[in-house]
Design a protein around this ligand. Structure first.
Ligand SMILES: NC(=O)c1ccc[n+]([C@@H]2O[C@H](COP(=O)([O-])OP(=O)(O)OC[C@H]3O[C@@H](n4cnc5c(N)ncnc54)[C@H](OP(=O)(O)O)[C@@H]3O)[C@@H](O)[C@H]2O)c1
Length: 340
């Protein structure tokens, strides 16, 4: 289970706040125990793993961490999002980020560059933002226009401002178990499982999707948490055979209705990261009616993993502020939970 170092470390700085921290932590243990109990006593109705409760709790932690950052002389956190061209899903994602940042008083600056922006202009923009001490975090929204490879971002974004953990430095450090800025979606998914007391250590977990932002880092993080992970993709043979053996099925494929009840072991958990628009409605990668009859718990779409991603991104912006203060990634653990 993630050990959350931050509140204790931060609150230990003022003894008056310490009792509050202990009380809060006991409250969270009670909340987690209640969640475990409710899952264990489920009467055939699958439990919904909603992101809302967890995001409210994380908001409190973020406010404390932001306060401590400024007390230590750090810049007031500012996230810059860059959109090149126009894309409805990227714009919707930016809107939800802005809304979430607002709830935790983190500043946002949105840069929208024209679709014909050249690779060298994007590199110049990244250089400028990398060197701007007012900017704590940078997120380049995907997809980029076809003439700019996403690798450009990996190569030229400063790892200290890489709030979605995509640069080779952060990805490599994550795989090695070193402190890093972790991709917000898989990190949030793990914290959602923890919040509901769903055991990870020793569990068999099928991860469907192997992208660098969701599936692959998720598999790495889960492995570090002692799960036995099978990473699946389009060429995986007998996907259902693998998912039917899994205690947890995590899906990030961008394929609506991919996971159905007949692919699950009774009593398993489904963590659905998919965000798809079907007939004007947002749906996940799992079919809720079908999985709800077999699984013990699943994250609904919308309302499951999505809100957690945005709040973890906000927390990463603060963590990047700590990285800027110290000039390295080792201090991001002052803000992030220790999941290794
Ligand atoms: N909840 C959130 O906060 C959040 C955040 C980010 C993304 N998302 C959503 O998560 C989904 C995945 O995003 P992504 O960026 O990871 O997508 P991606 O880069 O397109 O990767 C999709 C992955 O799924 C695999 N896949 C697709 N269809 C499959 C199938 N039928 N069977 C098995 N594997 C299949 C692909 O396999 P191959 O490698 O073989 O092609 C690929 O590895 C999207 O719906 C996206 O909108 C949600």
């Amino acid at each position: 289970m993630c050990r959350r170092r931050n509140p204790v470390r931060l609150l230990a700085e003022t003894s008056a706040s310490h009792d509050h921290a202990v009380g809060a932590s006991n409250g969270r243990e009670r909340e987690r125990a209640r969640n475990v109990l409710e899952i264990g006593t489920s009467s055939g109705e699958a439990r919904l793993l909603r992101g809302k409760e967890l995001t409210s709790r994380l908001r409190e932690d973020i406010a404390q961490s932001a306060h401590t950052l400024t007390l230590r002389g750090g810049a007031s956190p500012l996230l810059v999002t860059i959109l090149v061209g126009s894309n409805p899903s990227a714009e919707a994602y930016r809107t939800s980020i802005v809304r979430t940042l607002h709830t935790v008083s983190i500043q946002h600056r949105g840069l929208t560059l024209p679709a014909e922006t050249t690779k060298s202009t994007l590199i110049e923009t990244l250089h400028e933002l990398n060197g701007d001490s007012q900017v704590t975090g940078i997120l380049v929204l995907m997809p980029l226009p076809e003439h700019i490879s996403p690798d450009t971002v990996l190569e030229f974004l400063s790892p200290l401002k890489d709030v979605d953990g995509i640069t080779p430095t952060n990805a490599g450090r994550l795989h090695l178990g070193l402190p890093s800025l972790r991709p917000s979606t898989p990190q949030g998914g793990i914290e959602l499982l923890d919040h509901y007391g769903i055991p990870i250590a020793g569990a068999r977990i099928a991860v469907i999707g192997r992208s660098n932002v969701v599936g692959r880092p998720l598999a790495s993080l889960l492995t570090r948490r002692h799960a036995t992970v099978t990473l699946c993709h389009r060429q995986t043979r007998d996907l259902s055979g693998i998912t039917r053996e899994a205690d947890i099925v995590a899906v990030a494929a961008g394929h609506p209705g991919l996971v159905t009840g007949d692919m699950l072991k009774a009593g398993s958990t489904v963590l659905d990261f998919g965000v798809n628009i079907v007939d004007g409605k947002v749906v996940g990668d799992a079919n809720p009616e079908s999985i709800g009859a077999v699984a013990a718990a699943y994250s609904p779409t919308p309302g499951g993993t999505g809100p957690v991603t945005a709040i973890v991104l906000a927390r990463n912006t603060i963590a990047a502020g700590y990285a800027a203060l110290s000039g390295d990634l080792d201090h991001v653990v002052d803000v992030l939970p220790d999941c290794h």
